[in-house]
Design a protein around this ligand. Structure first.
Ligand SMILES: Cc1cc2nc3c(=O)[nH]c(=O)nc-3n(C[C@H](O)[C@H](O)[C@H](O)COP(=O)(O)OP(=O)(O)OC[C@H]3O[C@@H](n4cnc5c(N)ncnc54)[C@H](O)[C@@H]3O)c2cc1C
Ligand code: FES
Ligand code: FES
Length: 1320
C-alpha cells in the first residue's frame, strides 16, 4: 500500500491556545473539529448550511492590506478547517465561563431572559461579542445587522435584542428610562424593588446590576500568528485528506501555476456556495485551491472613473468599501454603489457576508443573486488572470449564463471586479422581494439603469436585469433596445411592461414556483423604477417634469429595518410577600447563564462513549410503493460500516400495524424510514447510505392533497362532530355566506434536531437512553416493546431539550427504538443525530387544513348559524391526528356564542409523512376559519370586523358547544384592555386616513380575542409526580415529571419548592428528568406541565416540611442545616414523593358533551401592519398582547412564552410555507427554503401583558387581510378573496390586483405539471 503524501501542519489558535493539526482533512468543518476534536460543544449544529447562526464563532485574522486585525463572525458549519491557517478562532467557551468569569454579553443575554431552550444562545452571544470587538458602543442598526443571521425559535427575539441594547450608544431598554423615570431614580436596584405603578411592574431586569464591558479583558490576537502574518509563508501549503487535497499557494504566481495544472479545481473562498452544493449534490472535488493568502485578490483601487475591488474581498468588506465611496463621491457618481449597498444590507446574514467573497458570488452565478443583476446593469467588468496574462471580460448575462465564449477559461481566475462610476442623468436602482425582509433568498431581484439624454427625459440607454426568473440572471435586452429614444412617461411604462412580459417569460412549471407572482414582480419593479426616475427628474428640474401624486409616492419607500420597542407589563407580587419567596418574581432561567457560556449540555454534547457507533437513517424516495428489493452489499463493504439495521432485526414489535418503525414490503410516503446504517463515524454512515440500493414498484393510489383524500374517501379515523341548536332551520331565516379557508402546515423547526444516544449495558439487558424528548416515558415504553424487554430495564434521561413545540412528543420514541435495536444488535452504544434535512423530511409537523364554512347572519352582524366542516392532512399514519381533529372541533368556537352550530372534522390519510402534535394542537388552524368567517360577515354587513367580534362574543356565564360551563368575564376584560391599551379605535381612524392618502401602501389593523383551553381531554393525562430528596448538608434535589424544553419548567419548579420549604433556591438543584426517578410520566405538553408538576412538587415539599415541623418547633432559632441534621439523627425520612392526581377531564363524543378541559386562559391581541401592494411585502408596525396568566409563577418566563409563541404563530400565518413536489417530496428542508421569523420580523412596537399566544399571531394575518381589503376596495375588486394562510408576499401581491396583475400571462393549469402542489 502506498503511503499517503505528507501534509503540512495546519496552525491556528482556538480560544488563545495553539492548535497544530498534522493531518488536516479538507472535508472537516470547523464545527465538527470544535465539537469532536476539541470537545468544545458550545458551538451548536442546527442546520449545517449557514442559515441559522447556531454555530457562530469569531475568527480573527491579520489583514495584510490594512495591516490590522480583522474580527468577524462566521458560521462554523461552512468553514473548512484548512481555511483557518494563521487565524484565531474564538468560541463561546473562550469568552467566559460560569466557573471563571462571565463575559458581559453572556451575563446580559441570560439576565435579560434572552434564553429559553438555549440552543441558539451561544450563536447569539458570539454574534454580539464580535460586534462589540469591532464597535464598543454599537448603534442599534449595527446590532440588528449583527443578529440578522441568527435564528431563535423560542424567544421571539425581543429579550435578546434588549440585552444587546444595553451595549448600544443609547441604551433605552431600562423601560422606565424611556419615560424619563429610571427604576434607579425611584430607588432600589434589586428585583424586589422593581419599579411599580400600583401593582404593575415593567422591569424584567435591572441594567445597572450588569458588569461593565471591559475590552482590556478580551483575548489578544496571538503574537505568534502576528509574526506569521508579518513574515508570511510564501510557500505553498498542502493538506491531504482521504478524498480531497487542499492547496493554498503563497503567491499569485503559484496560484496561477496550480490553476493551469488543475484547471478543474475550484477556488475556495467563503465556501458558502461550494460547501452547500457539495453537501446537497454529494459532489467531491479532489483538489481545492485556496487563494486566501494571495493579497492581490484583496486589493482595492479607486480611480477617477470607477472602483476595482479584489475578488477575494468578502461581501462585508465590499459593503464597507462601497459605503466609503458613497460618502466621498457626489451622488450622481455613486448610483450603482448605492444600489449594491441596498442589497448588501439584506443579502444573507452578517456571518455569510463576512465569509462570502465577491469573486465567489459572481462566479457562482446563482440565479437568485442579488448583486449580479446590479453589476450587469452597472457595466461591471471582470479582470481575469492566468499564467498567460490578464484580460477583461464584461459581466453580462452571457457570462452569467455560462456561455463558453463569454466565460473564464478553466485556467483563469477572477482577480477583481471593476465597477464604473455612474454619471449625471444616469439612474440605477435595485429591487428584491423575498419571503421575509432579511436573510431570505429573493424570489425576484433586479437591477435597473437608465441614462437619459442630457436635460431631457429621452431614454438614451436602458438596462434591465433580473434574478430569480430563469436559470441564470437574465437581461431584457430586446425590451430595452426598443425603448431607446422614448420619453420617460406613462405610454413608455405601458409599452415597457408589455415588452418585458414577453421577453422575461417564465413557464408555468418553472422551478421555485410562484410563477404568476414572479411575473407580476417583473413589471411591478419596473413601475417602481419608473416612479423613482420621475422623482429624481423632478428633483433635477421641478418645472419641467410632471408631479407624482402624493398618493403614489408611497410606492417608492422600502420598509426600514427597525428593532422592536415595547413595554412588557405584569402583575407584581403582593407587597407582603416575603423577599425570600421567589414565586411570582421574574427569576432568570435556571440554565440561562450556562446557555450563554455553552456549558449547558444538550443530548449531542454528551462526550463520545467507549466503542460508540453512529446511526444514519435510510428513507423512502417513493410516496407509495412496494419494496421489491433492498441491496445492502455495497454499503456493508465500505470502511467503517458495521451493520445495517432492518425490520428483520427487531426482536419485539415493529411499531403498530399501520405505523411501522421500519418499513416492511411497502412504503407510504417519501421520508418513511426503511433501514439504518451503523458505522464507526457519522461520515462513514452517511457515505454508506448512498450505496444502499432499494428497488420499488409504484402502487396506486397516490394521494397528497386533502381534495384527493376526500375524493378517494381516504381518512385516518371517523368524523368528529359537535352540534347545537337547529342549524338548518336557522339558515332559512338569514343571509348566508359560504367560503373556503386554506391553512398551510408548519414545521416545528426546533433548533436542536431529533437526537438520541442509546447505551446498552453489559448486565441484565439494561439500556440507558439519553434523548431529546417531551415524553421520555413514551420512548421507554416503545423501546421496551420493540426490544421485547421489560420497561424496568430501560432508563430514559432528559437533561434539556433544544425546543420541542410538540414535535418531540411522539417521534423521539421512533428514533429511540431504532437506535436501541442497533445497540442491541451490535452490542455497542449508538448515537443518532438527525441532519436538519432529514429531520424536516421525516418528522412531519402541523396539520395543513382545508375548511368550508357556511355562516348565517343578520344585517346588524349578529351571527345566527355557523356550519364548519374541516379536513386536516394527517399524512400516512394516525399519529396524533385523531386528537388533533377532536381539539380542533372542540376549540372552533373560540370566543363566540352562536346559538346554532355544527362543527365537523376529519383527518385525511395521504401519502405524506405523518403530521403530529404542534403547539396549539389544531387550534391555530381551526380558529382561523372562525375568525375568517367573522371578517367575511363584517365585509358583507359593511361593518368593521371588531364590531362583529364584539357583538358575537360570549358575554355572560354560559356553556360551550360541548356544554362545559365557563365565565367569559376574563375574556371580556382582556378584550377591553387590549382595545384600550392599543388605542385601537383612534388607530383604526388613523389607518383609514393613511389608506385614503396612499394608493400603493395600505395599512391594516385587527384585534383578535382568544379563549384557549388548557390541558388534555383525559383525566389520566393530568397526573404528575415528583421526588424531592433533602441531603444531610441541607441541599435539596428536586425531580419531577416535566421536561425542560426551554419553557423554564425547572426554574418554576424550584420556585415552588423554595416557597413550600421556605428555603432559598440556591439550596436546590434539578439534575434531569429520568424515568428511573419519576416513572409513568405524561408528555410535557398542552400548556399544563408547570401546573400539574408544580402541584406534585408542592405536595412532596409539604410532606417533607410536615415531617420536619416537630424539629423546627423544638429549635425555632436553628438553621435549616441544624434541622436536617436533627432529622437524620431522629431517622426521619428526608425523601418524599409528591403526587397530583390531576384535573378531571372527559369528553363523550357520542353525546357531544363533556368537561374536556380543566380550565381556560384568555387573551386578546391587536396588530397593525403596512403592506406594499406592489411587492406583497409587509411591515409589522405594532402589536399589543393582553394575556391572563392568572397568578404567574414567573412573569419573565411567561412573557417569554407569550412573545415566543406569538412570533411562532406569526410565522405560521405569514412566512412559513412548506413546498411539496408533485411526487410528494418535501422541497423545503432547511432554513434557506423554509422561513421562520428572523429578528427583523418582530413588530416594531411589541407590547405584552400578562401565557400561550400562538393563535394570537393571527392578529398579524388579519391585519394583513384588513390592509388587502382596503386595497381591493379602492380598486373596486368585488370577488371575495379566498383566505389562504400563510399570507406570504405572493398571496398579498396577487390579492392586490391592479393593472400589473392584469397584464401578466396566466397559464391553464391543465397544460403543465407545476413545480409544487398545494396540500391543504
Ligand atoms: C445561508 C446563505 C444565505 C445566502 N443568501 C444570499 C442572498 O440573500 N442573496 C444572494 O445573492 N446570495 C446569497 N447567498 C449566496 C452567497 O452570496 C454566495 O454563496 C457567495 O457569495 C459565494 O461566495 P464564496 O466566497 O463563499 O464562494 P465559494 O463557495 O468559495 O466559491 C464559489 C465558486 O466560485 C468560484 N470562485 C471563487 N472565487 C473565484 C475566483 N477568484 N476566480 C475564479 N473562481 C472563483 C469557485 O471556484 C467556486 O466554484 C447565500 C448563501 C448562504 C450560504
Ligand atoms: S448550523 Fe451552522 S448556520 Fe446553522
Ligand atoms: S432559545 Fe433560541 S432557539 Fe430556543
Amino acid at each position: 500500500m502506498s503511503c499517503p503524501p505528507k501534509s503540512d501542519d495546519l496552525v491556528f489558535f482556538v480560544n488563545g491556545r495553539k492548535v497544530i493539526e498534522r493531518n488536516a482533512d479538507p472535508e472537516v468543518t470547523l464545527l465538527n473539529f470544535l465539537r469532536k476534536n476539541l470537545r468544545l460543544t458550545g458551538t451548536k449544529y442546527a442546520c449545517g448550511r449557514g442559515g441559522c447562526g447556531a454555530c457562530t464563532v469569531m475568527v480573527s485574522k491579520h489583514d495584510p492590506v490594512s495591516a490590522k486585525i480583522r474580527h468577524f463572525s462566521i458560521t462554523a458549519c461552512l468553514v473548512p478547517i484548512c481555511s483557518l491557517y494563521g487565524a484565531a478562532v474564538t468560541t463561546v467557551e473562550g469568552i467566559g465561563s460560569i466557573n471563571t468569569r462571565l463575559h458581559p454579553v453572556q451575563e446580559r443575554i441570560a439576565r435579560s431572559h434572552g434564553t429559553q431552550c438555549g440552543f441558539c444562545t451561544p450563536g447569539m452571544v458570539m454574534s454580539m461579542y464580535t460586534l462589540l470587538r469591532n464597535h464598543l458602543q454599537p448603534s442599534e442598526e449595527q446590532l440588528m445587522e449583527a443578529l440578522g443571521g441568527n435564528l431563535c425559535r423560542c424567544t421571539g427575539y425581543r429579550p435578546i435584542l434588549a440585552s444587546g441594547r444595553t451595549f448600544c450608544v443609547e441604551s433605552t431598554d431600562c423601560q422606565k428610562k424611556r419615560t424619563g423615570k429610571c427604576c434607579l431614580d425611584l430607588g432600589g436596584n434589586d428585583s424586589s424593588s422593581l419599579s411599580r405603578e400600583s401593582d404593575i411592574c415593567t422591569d424584567l431586569f435591572v441594567e445597572e446590576e450588569f458588569q461593565p464591558l471591559d475590552p482590556t479583558q478580551e483575548l489578544i490576537f496571538p503574537p505568534e500568528l502576528l509574526r506569521m502574518a508579518k513574515n508570511p509563508e510564501k510557500q505553498t501549503l498542502t493538506f491531504h485528506g482521504e478524498r480531497v487535497t487542499w492547496i493554498s499557494p503563497g503567491t499569485l504566481k503559484d496560484l496561477l501555476e496550480l490553476k493551469a495544472k488543475h484547471p478543474e479545481a475550484p477556488l475556495i473562498l467563503g465556501n458558502t456556495s461550494l460547501g452547500p452544493a457539495m453537501k446537497s449534490q454529494g459532489r467531491v472535488h479532489p483538489i481545492l485551491l485556496s487563494p486566501a493568502r494571495i493579497s492581490e485578490l484583496s486589493m482595492v483601487f479607486k480611480t477617477s472613473d470607477g472602483l476595482t475591488i479584489g475578488a477575494g474581498c468578502s461581501l462585508a468588506q465590499v459593503k464597507d468599501i462601497l459605503a466609503e465611496q458613497v460618502s466621498e463621491l457626489p451622488e450622481e457618481k455613486t448610483q450603482t454603489y448605492r444600489a449594491l449597498l441596498k442589497h448588501l444590507k439584506s443579502l444573507a446574514g452578517q456571518q455569510i457576508r463576512n465569509m462570502a467573497s465577491l469573486g465567489g458570488h459572481v462566479i457562482s452565478r446563482h440565479c437568485y443573486s442579488d448583486l449580479n443583476p446590479i453589476l450587469v446593469v452597472g457595466n461591471a467588468t471582470l479582470n481575469v488572470i492566468s499564467e498567460e496574462g490578464t484580460r477583461q471580460i464584461p459581466l453580462n448575462d452571457h457570462f452569467l449564463a455560462g456561455l463558453a465564449s463569454a466565460d473564464l477559461k478553466p485556467e483563469e481566475i477572477l482577480e477583481s471586479v471593476y465597477i464604473p462610476h455612474s454619471q449625471k442623468w444616469e439612474f440605477v436602482s435595485a429591487f428584491r422581494q423575498a419571503q421575509c425582509q432579511q436573510n431570505a433568498l429573493a424570489d425576484v431581484s433586479a437591477g435597473m439603469r437608465v441614462i437619459l439624454e442630457e436635460a431631457t427625459d429621452t431614454i438614451k440607454e436602458l438596462s434591465l436585469s433580473y434574478g430569480g426568473v430563469g436559470e441564470s440572471t437574465i437581461g431584457a435586452h430586446k425590451s430595452c433596445q426598443q425603448l431607446i429614444g422614448r420619453p420617460w412617461n406613462e405610454p413608455m411604462l405601458e409599452e415597457a411592461c408589455r415588452l418585458l412580459l414577453e421577453e422575461v417569460s417564465l413557464p408555468g412549471w418553472a422551478p421555485g414556483g410562484r410563477v404568476e407572482f414572479k411575473r407580476t414582480l417583473v413589471v411591478s419593479f419596473f413601475f417602481k423604477f419608473y416612479l423613482e426616475v420621475l422623482q429624481e427628474l423632478k428633483k433635477l428640474d421641478s418645472h419641467h417634469y410632471p408631479e407624482i401624486s402624493d398618493r403614489f409616492l408611497s410606492a417608492l419607500e422600502d420598509f426600514p429595518v427597525t428593532g422592536p420597542r415595547g413595554v412588557q407589563r405584569y402583575q407584581s407580587v403582593d407587597s407582603h410577600q416575603s423577599l425570600q419567596d421567589p414565586v411570582g418574581r421574574p427569576i432568570m432561567h435556571l440554565s440561562g447563564l450556562k446557555h450563554a457560556t455553552g456549558e449547558a449540555i444538550f443530548c449531542d454534547d454528551i462526550p463520545m462513549v467507549d466503542r460508540e457507533l453512529f446511526m444514519v437513517l435510510v428513507t423512502s424516495t417513493k410516496a407509495h410503493a412496494k419494496i421489491i428489493s433492498i441491496d445492502l452489499s455495497e454499503a456493508l463493504e465500505l470502511p467503517g460500516v458495521v451493520d445495517v439495521i432492518t425490520a428483520e432485526d427487531i426482536p419485539g414489535t415493529n411499531g403498530a400495524e399501520d405505523d411501522k418503525l421500519l418499513a416492511v414490503d411497502e412504503v407510504l410516503c417519501v421520508g418513511q424510514i426503511i433501514c439504518a446504517v451503523v458505522a464507526e463515524t457519522d461520515v462513514q454512515a452517511k457515505r454508506a447510505i448512498e450505496k444502499i440500493k432499494i428497488t420499488y414498484k409504484d402502487l396506486e393510489p397516490i394521494i397528497f392533497t386533502i381534495n384527493d383524500a376526500i375524493k378517494h374517501n381516504s381518512f385516518l379515523c371517523p368524523e368528529k362532530k359537535l352540534e347545537q341548536g337547529n342549524i338548518e332551520e336557522a339558515f332559512e331565516k338569514v343571509d348566508q355566506i359560504v367560503e373556503e379557508v386554506h391553512v398551510g402546515g408548519q414545521e416545528h423547526f426546533y433548533m436542536e434536531t431529533q437526537r438520541v444516544i442509546v447505551i446498552p449495558k453489559a448486565e441484565d439487558k439494561e439500556l440507558d437512553i439519553y434523548v431529546s424528548t417531551q415524553d421520555p416515558a413514551h420512548v421507554q415504553k416503545t423501546v421496551s416493546s420493540t426490544l421485547n424487554i421489560p420497561i424496568n430495564r430501560i432508563t430514559c434521561h432528559v437533561k434539556r431539550v433544544g425546543g420541542g413545540f410538540g414535535g418531540k412528543v411522539g417521534r423521539p420514541a421512533v428514533f429511540g427504538a431504532i437506535a436501541a435495536v442497533g445497540a442491541i444488535k451490535t452490542g455497542r452504544p449508538i448515537r443518532l443525530v438527525l441532519d436538519r434535512e432529514d429531520d424536516m423530511l421525516i418528522t412531519g409537523g402541523r396539520h395543513p387544513l382545508f375548511g368550508k364554512y357556511k355562516v348565517g347572519f343578520m344585517n346588524n352582524g349578529r351571527i345566527k348559524a355557523l356550519d364548519i366542516e374541516c379536513f386536516i392532512n394527517g399524512g400516512c399514519t394516525l399519529d396524533d391526528s385523531e386528537q388533533v381533529t377532536e381539539f380542533l372541533i372542540l376549540k372552533l368556537e373560540n370566543a363566540y356564542k352562536i346559538r346554532n352550530l355544527r362543527f365537523r372534522g376529519r383527518a385525511c390519510m395521504t401519502n405524506l409523512p405523518s403530521n403530529t402534535a404542534f403547539r396549539g394542537f389544531g387550534f391555530p388552524q381551526g380558529t382561523l376559519i372562525t375568525e375568517s368567517c367573522i371578517t367575511a360577515v363584517a365585509a358583507k354587513c359593511g361593518l368593521l370586523p371588531e364590531e362583529i367580534r364584539e357583538k358575537n362574543m360570549y358575554k355572560t356565564i354560559d356553556k360551550t358547544i360541548y356544554k362545559q360551563a365557563f365565565s367569559p368575564e376574563t375574556l371580556i376584560r382582556c378584550w377591553n384592555e387590549c382595545l384600550d391599551k392599543s388605542s385601537f379605535h383612534s388607530r383604526r381612524i388613523q389607518v383609514e386616513e393613511f389608506n385614503k392618502k396612499n394608493y400603493w401602501k395600505k395599512k391594516g389593523i385587527a384585534i383578535i380575542p382568544m379563549k384557549f383551553s388548557v390541558g388534555f381531554a383525559a383525566t389520566s393525562y393530568h397526573q404528575a409526580a415528583a421526588l424531592v430528596h433533602i441531603y444531610t448538608d441541607g441541599s435539596v434535589l428536586v425531580t419531577h415529571g416535566g421536561n425542560e424544553l426551554g419553557q423554564g419548567i425547572h426554574t418554576k419548579m424550584l420556585q415552588v419548592a423554595s416557597r413550600e420549604l421556605k428555603l432559598p433556591m440556591s439550596y436546590m438543584h434539578i439534575c434531569e428528568t429520568s424515568t428511573a426517578t419519576v416513572p409513568n410520566t405524561i408528555a410535557t405538553a398542552a400548556s399544563i406541565g408547570s401546573d400539574v408538576n408544580g402541584k406534585a412538587v408542592q405536595n412532596a415539599c409539604q410532606i417533607l416540611l410536615k415531617r420536619l415541623e416537630p424539629i423546627i418547633k423544638k429549635n425555632p432559632g436553628g438553621t435549616w442545616e441544624d434541622w436536617i441534621e436533627a432529622a437524620f439523627e431522629q431517622r426521619i425520612s428526608l425523601s418524599a414523593t409528591g403526587y397530583f392526581r390531576g384535573y378531571k377531564a372527559d369528553m363523550d363524543w357520542e353525546k357531544g358533551e363533556g368537561d374536556p378541559f380543566p380550565y381556560y386562559v384568555y387573551g386578546a391581541a391587536c396588530s397593525e401592519v403596512e403592506i406594499d401592494c406592489l411587492t406583497g411585502a409587509h411591515k409589522k408596525i405594532r402589536t399589543d398582547i393582553i394575556m391572563d396568566a392568572c397568578c404567574s409563577l414567573n412573569p419573565a418566563i411567561d412573557i417569554g412564552q407569550v412573545e415566543g409563541s406569538f412570533i411562532q404563530g406569526m410565522g405560521l400565518y405569514t412566512t412559513e410555507e412548506l413546498k411539496y413536489s408533485p411526487e410528494g417530496v418535501l422541497y423545503s428542508r432547511g432554513p434557506d427554503e423554509y422561513k421562520i421569523p428572523t429578528i427583523t420580523d418582530v413588530p416594531e412596537e411589541f407590547n405584552g401583558l400578562g401565557e400561550s399566544g400562538m393563535f394570537l399571531g393571527s392578529s398579524v394575518f388579519f391585519a394583513i387581510t384588513d390592509a388587502v381589503a382596503a386595497a381591493c376596495k379602492e380598486r373596486d375588486i368585488v370577488e371575495d378573496f379566498i383566505v389562504k394562510s400563510p399570507a406570504t408576499p405572493e398571496q398579498v401581491r396577487m390579492a392586490c390586483a391592479d393593472r400589473f396583475t392584469e397584464m401578466i400571462p396566466r397559464d391553464d393549469p391543465q397544460t403543465f405539471k407545476p413545480w409544487s402542489i398545494p396540500i391543504a
